[in-house]
Design a protein around this ligand. Structure first.
Ligand code: URA
Length: 174
């Protein structure tokens, strides 16, 4: 739906359990993702997998992972507003089909796109939002954490907050 189809190798649609309660939303495929057609398989992806494993989640078992953009922006530049705009309906539909109980938006582009805000990650962390009725929380992007290791502790707090959000919701429903 945008010009990125001309430079991509593969569309990177999503991966994981299509009935997952947890859905992770990132920004856009990088080089390795573009080569392999799977989200978060590079260095940031390995960090994501190990963070998820710490709370007993994995793409093989119980989490679904997708990005705002399905094609790699050349040179890993930031997504452009038009690209986000054109691609959003695919993410919307993925969320509607998977019907997660919780969305974790990782990084500025995921958070700002889903929550329709231009607020910073720092100001969005630690709060519960709703995206089309699905509880949504915000944390740093794993690629950012690789460059800012001390913030890993905050990201861990965010994952614990996400887990608690889901538990509170399930307790209220039972
Ligand atoms: N960063 C993202 O946001 N998504 C990927 O799939 C890989 C890196």
């Amino acid at each position: 739906a945008c010009g990125l189809c001309r430079s991509r190798t593969n569309t990177v649609f999503g991966v994981g359990d299509e009935k997952a309660e947890w859905m992770i939303v990132g920004e856009a495929p990088g080089q390795e993702e573009d080569q392999r057609g799977e989200p978060f398989v590079g260095q940031a992806g390995r960090l994501l997998d190990s963070m998820l494993a710490a709370i007993d989640l994995s793409r093989q078992k119980n989490v679904y992972i997708a990005n705002v953009l399905k094609c790699r922006p050349p040179g890993n530049r930031n997504p452009e507003p038009l690209e986000v705009d054109r691609c959003s309906s695919f993410l919307e539909r993925q969320i509607a089909l998977v019907q997660p109980k919780l969305i974790v938006a990782m990084g500025r582009f995921a958070a700002q796109t889903l929550l329709r805000t231009d607020a910073s990650i720092a100001s969005l962390r630690g709060k519960r939002f709703s995206y089309q009725g699905v509880a949504t929380v915000v944390t740093y992007h794993p690629a950012y954490l690789l460059r800012n290791l001390p913030d890993k502790a905050k990201s861990w707090e965010d994952l614990c907050f996400a887990r608690e959000t889901l538990a509170v919701q399930q307790a209220a429903a039972s």
